[in-house]
Design a protein around this ligand. Sequence first.
Ligand code: UDP
Length: 243
Amino acid sequence: MRTDVLGVEFDNVTMDEALRRAEQLIQERRAAYVVTPNPEIVMLCRENESAHRAVSGADLVLPDGIGIIYGARLLGTPMKEKVPGVDFASNLIAKLGKSGGSIYLLGAKPGIAECAAQNLLEKNPGLRVVGTHDGYFTDDAPIAAEINAAKPDFLLVCLGAPKQELFMEKWHGRLDVGLMAGLGGCMDVYAGVVKRAPEIWQKLGLEWFYRLCREPQRFGRMLCLPRFLALTATGRRKNDANT
Ligand code: UDP
């Protein structure tokens, strides 16, 4: 079942349900794709038609953070739980590690994907990393050829929004991969160059604030958050008025 948050249709799933669906999609091996929108991406989709189309075309649309959960609640259509992209990918990689599955890491600055690969292999000894490439390219055709030769089960696409969503929309069904997911800054987290908030901050729904404190340059980008919440609150009043 999907839940509409300001025009983006989210899959109302728990982490376990998302992982089961992802494993199914890997089995089907039709280069399906997962997106993990946060409020910033939802607001981008309202202004950018091609970003909206790319997000809507995904096989799985996961509520990346607490902002989406609050928004859905304000709209009167609460969702089960947040499914952060970074945790979703870590859990899926752990499962692939146990079954000898493979990943390809695409994105971030040169050298970062290789560091991420090393850290992921240390954590998941059974995992196979079949390729890496940085995210600063102009022609994606040679990269697609490299990915096809590597045939990963799971392709992590960490190019930032909407570049990663547009890349996946273009290549879905055309690459020899099980599943791809657009995961923003995850590669930097796996490489250890960006630290995640301590668990207690995550549990309190304050990961965004922690990130803002550590990366104050994000302040401009986060200005869309109050507007996002105001629009969801207004949406609720409209829904109530229509019933
Ligand atoms: N990035 C990239 N290619 C680009 C632009 C960005 O690989 O052309 C990478 C960037 O280095 C960073 C990630 O994409 O690792 C985007 O991170 P951001 O923090 O913006 O994503 P978020 O986690 O907020 O979605």
